[in-house]
Design a protein around this ligand. Sequence first.
Ligand SMILES: Cc1cc2nc3c(=O)[nH]c(=O)nc-3n(C[C@H](O)[C@H](O)[C@H](O)COP(=O)(O)OP(=O)(O)OC[C@H]3O[C@@H](n4cnc5c(N)ncnc54)[C@H](O)[C@@H]3O)c2cc1C
Length: 425
Amino acid sequence: MKRILVAGGGIAGLSAAVFLSQKNNSVEIFEASSMPGGRARSFYDNHFGREIDNGQHLLMGCYRETLRFFQMIGANEGYYKQEQMSIPFVSERGYIQHLKSRTSLYPLNLLHAILDFGQLTLTERFRVGKLIASLWFLDLSKKKDIPVLKWLRNNNSGENELETLWKPLVVSTMNTPIESASFVIFANVLKEIFLKGSEGSKPVITRKGLSSLYVTSAIQYLKERSGKINFSEAVKGVVFQGDKITLIKTTKRELTPFDEVVFAIPPHALKRIEGIPERLPGGSLDFNYSTIITVFLKITNNPLKEELYSLVKSGIHWVFNHGDMLSAVISCADDWASLDSRKIIRRTKNEISKYLGVKEEEFTNAKVIKEKRATILSGVERGPKISLLNIAENAYIIGDWTIPNLPATIETGVLSARRLSNILL
Ligand SMILES: Cc1cc2nc3c(=O)[nH]c(=O)nc-3n(C[C@H](O)[C@H](O)[C@H](O)COP(=O)(O)OP(=O)(O)OC[C@H]3O[C@@H](n4cnc5c(N)ncnc54)[C@H](O)[C@@H]3O)c2cc1C
């Protein structure tokens, strides 16, 4: 039995605590804020009379570790996976074409979906299919990285494919502009989604707020195994003796002794912990971040039939339909972040009305959430390539930014926790 301390109660810290609480280990989380879940959480909003997320999230069937984690903590009821991938792409004035597979037979499902995708011409569909298939045999470890846009241009992709398919795919999976996004990371994303079986490309849609979906169950799971979570208590410093951390200073107390320490916090926060930065290779935690904005719109007489829509060639990338509420997502939204909320709401309503035909007077309430450091950028110049890092004999760094060959997502947060538990258990 070990005493394990975890700094950070986002999905990486929570899943690490759950995994490590096996074998009678005693696990204790220290979370700086007053609520758990980090960037993937929800809260009750009085004006909407319901729970809303701090930002709309989309999960995919290729989030294998996340779905395993949900299963482990009994959070299965809070989401569902589409039986067959079916994503409506809507162009201005409401022309809808689905990216839809009609079979589970892999890889026919993918071939079929692309060849049937009416937003592209036949030539464009063949080119897209060929490009994705070419990744099958590509050894990415030997590939020099270039921006995704350059890769697409080198392969003769035209404007319509870029604007209709590639840009939305890059922006929504990597939260990074196509002009600077890393081809190697994007190719890994495409492999995960399309080239590892038929499940990967199926959207996983949440039925509840994220906190009700997994945070509450994770904490309950921990408590049943004598785990503990402390809120409003940040880790602010560490003391080393030789190659071991022997003392942790939080905003409330000093902690010792313990066997292992896990830091599950983003790089900008890690940088501020006294004693940590000088232990990192190169001493640097300098990443660039990218904004995601979610606009929540309460709606009466909702005419929409589908659960999500991709808006083609619009500043709004996705619209999710929650029945009594729509949530519109703008990724890579640094340009929008300086606009005031009223302007963002006006633009969003306008786009939704143009694309989906919802009358603006149907919206009765609106709320904008701007997350300026939603994720690190996954550019060719991504910043230090830090992976699950052993910074002392008894201390590890995990989190969504610690899997260098994939973008920062919920899945990389949980994957980093899984890799840590494989080492420690
Ligand atoms: C608006 C938005 C939309 C997104 N959309 C998607 C999506 O559609 N799909 C997807 O997969 N991902 C999406 N993401 C990204 C996803 O939310 C993150 O990748 C994931 O939640 C990161 O989890 P984490 O545990 O690594 O970090 P965090 O969630 O940042 O957790 C870190 C925790 O550590 C705490 N902390 C910080 N400093 C300290 C300290 N010194 N001591 C103790 N605690 C500390 C923080 O308060 C926080 O709770 C989105 C993010 C945002 C913001």
